[in-house]
Each structure stands twice: as C-alpha cells, then as structure tokens.
Design a protein around this ligand. Sequence first.
Ligand SMILES: Nc1nc2c(ncn2[C@@H]2O[C@H](COP(=O)(O)OP(=O)(O)O)[C@@H](O)[C@H]2O)c(=O)[nH]1
Ligand SMILES: [Mg+2]
Length: 453
Amino acid sequence: MSDTIAAIATPPGEGGIGIIRLSGPDAQPIALKIFRPARPGRLRSHRVRYGHVIGPDGNVIDEALLTLMAAPHSFTREDVIEISCHGGALPVQLTLEAALAAGARLANPGEFTLRAFLNGRIDLSQAEATLDIIRAQTSVGLAVAQAQLGGWLAREVRAARAALLEPLAYVTALIDFPEEGIEPQAIAEPIRQALATVERLLSSADQGIVIRNGARVALVGRPNVGKSSLLNALLRVERAIVTPIPGTTRDTLEETANLAGVPVVLIDTAGMRASTDPVEQIGVERAVAALASADLALLVLDAQQPLTAEDEAMLVATAEQPALIVWNKCDDPALPPPPPPPHPKRVAVVACSARYGHGIDTLAQAIATALLGGAPPVAGAATHLVSNPRHRAALRRAAECLRAAQETLATNAALDLLAADLTGAANALGEITGETVGEDLLDVIFSRFCIGK
Ligand SMILES: Nc1nc2c(ncn2[C@@H]2O[C@H](COP(=O)(O)OP(=O)(O)O)[C@@H](O)[C@H]2O)c(=O)[nH]1
Ligand SMILES: [Mg+2]
C-alpha cells in the first residue's frame, strides 16, 4: 500500500476525546507536519507524546496526544499514528483536514481493517470479527465475535482446506498421467475428514447466526390476555400502555431485549379480533404482518378464563409457524396451568404471570431456547460458533462439493470431476479466510464497516 490514509476514528458528536488515525508509509512525516511536540526528539514506537496540532496556516488547532505504532507492530502492519484531541466536532475535523493537506488521503470505510487483512496480520474471518465486536448486541454475541477474532475459525478452515490440497494435487497429477490409475483410499480419507470438519462447523451456524443477528418474536393473542404486560415484563420497563380496556394497543410496537444472550426484537401487537374501529382494524392488519415476519410467535392465552372462539382463531392463525404457548395470568404458582391446546408447531408451553412476575425468567429462557433450535442458551465457554451467514453459505458449498467428490469416487472415479469438486471445496473454504476471494467481494464486505475502522 503506497499511500497514507487518514480518518476520524471516533463517532461524531461530543466526547472526552476524539481520535484521528493515520496509516501508511508517510504517517510519520505527515504527523510531524501537523503536530508540534512540547519537547523535541524523534517519535518512538508505542510512546505517547504531548503537544499541539497545527493547522496549515500555522495556528494551533488543539492540544493533543500523539501515539506512533511503528510497522509492523500495528493494527495495519504499517506505521500507524493516532492523534487524540478534544472530542468536539471542530478539533477532530480540522486535525483531519490538516492531515489531508499534509499529504494523507481520506480512508474508505473499513480501509484500515482491509490493510490489516491485505498485509496478512489477520485473515478475512478475523477482519469480519472486528465489525461484529463493534456491533455486538449482547455479551454472548461479543464473546462469539472475540473468539472469532482470536482465529479459531480461521485455523479450522485453513486446516480443512490444506488437507484437501494434497489429494487435489494427486488427482491433478493423475489427469496428466492417466496410466497410473487412481488409488481411491489415498484421497477418500482426507475428503472424509474435511467433510467432518465442515459439517461440525455448520452444525453450530444456526445458533451462532441467531446470537449475532438476533431474531424477531411477535406477541399475539386476543385483546386483554396480557401481551403488553408481558412485553413490559420481558423488557423490565413499562414500555407499552397496559389497561383493562380491550383494544388498548392499536399499533405494533418493537423493542429489543437481551433474552439469555440472544438479542430479540419483541413485537407487541394489537389484539386480533374483528373490529369496526378503522384504527384498530389497521392495527390488526399490522399484527398479521408482524406475525408473518416473526421467527417465533408467542401465543398468549388467559389462564383464568376458558378458551374463547378468538383464542381458537389465533391457534389457527399461527398454525404455520413455530409458536410458544404462554398461559398468562397464572397468578398463583401453586395452581397448575390448564392443559395446553393442540398446535401443530408448538415448541414449548410456559405458565407465567406478567402482573406478579412469576415465570418471566423461564419464559425468557424458553424463547431463547426455541430460537436457538431447541438447544439451551449458550453458556460462557461455548463461543466457537459460526455466526456469519457468509461463512455458513461458503461452508454449505464446500460440503456439497465434498459430498459430490465422495459420490464420484464411489461410482466412476472420473478424475476431472474429482478435481473440479476438490477445487470447488477448497475455493469455498478459502472464501472464509480470504485466501480465494475476489476484489468485488472484499469491496462488499469492507463497505459495511465504518470510516476510521
Ligand atoms: N391478574 C392478572 N392480570 C393481568 C396479568 N397480565 C396482565 N393483566 C391485566 O390484564 C389487562 C390487559 O393487559 P394488557 O397487557 O393490556 O393486555 P393486551 O391487550 O393483551 O396487551 C390489564 O388490566 C392487565 O393489568 C396477569 O399476569 N395477571
Ligand atoms: Mg396490548
């Protein structure tokens, strides 16, 4: 990378400090043009210097601290300079402009991380993990992203890919010397091992992706069963209006809650019933739409009353999707809840009381468990999860190619087909770590980053 990039690394708005970051071969000369240290002397790596940022006209822009992280011991493996000034819009903006006037180029989104990847300090899955760390919504999601930054996924994928390159070389050589004849056992075992790794990684992906991306859960049920009260109880704040008057909630309302480590968007809906009030009718339509967009329906029923025709209609309305039946208003935990009504896709039944708080933790756990595909919420140690849909897609392609290779090997052992399948698998795995990835894909991935990262 021949040029030196600069960007504001801290978010816009007021803060204690604001940081401008530079990376590239001219980071030091540019920094020395715009920063006057209080005491003379050359910059030393990983040492903080106190001084002033000077604008192109020679005026002091701000009092600041400067840190040099000399190549290769930096985030990008290039010379990196960080200037910490006061965290207001003008000090950081004018410092950035001074750096640009002194020869730096404004960085693209994610360009610092892109350089860290291109210079081989991290692989692509680790680069993506840095963004997941920034965007993590729960501490479990953060732990999963930290583990990925630590490189476990890169190591597993690289090992599986490396194990395939040997049989690939063997098959390719045989294509040139067909008279040799193939020894199927020489390549069957590496393929079997690579497929086992890929399948093990894939088996964690549905959970990992829910933990990283979250899921949508719609609270549905007839008016007055306590949907809004349950939303408030799960959020632990009085967010939705609760009254004894049926039809109080007229619009859908969305709030994110951390339920046992899973970021869940809870959608409170208007109770579904036939209504002549046009506002309530629209609310009911929105409730139907919310239900359609949800990964899981919480079908709320009133345990203190027999099921009504409206409840039965709700059981039908949710029949197509996974539903968790909630018996609300079980105010006396000593009393058993009524038997659950039949539902074709029932994932669990929970008895609770939104009013008294009984069973709310159980409900939160049950929601998380249902979203994680029936497995209990992830405990602290289990952070080795594939959590990125891009990785899952690549793993699926690798698995397909490896199964096709097994099939070819078992039936006709056509060498060119085998070579194509093994190449396909190796390339799919290489896309995860970035060993076989095109520039357009890199553009797509890094454009999602913020500027200055
Ligand atoms: N006894 C009892 N009443 C509840 C409980 N949850 C909600 N309610 C009451 O039921 C009424 C309707 O509650 P609300 O949350 O507005 O129901 P929604 O129409 O389904 O959103 C209100 O008077 C609540 O105080 C509960 O667990 N036990
Ligand atoms: Mg309501």
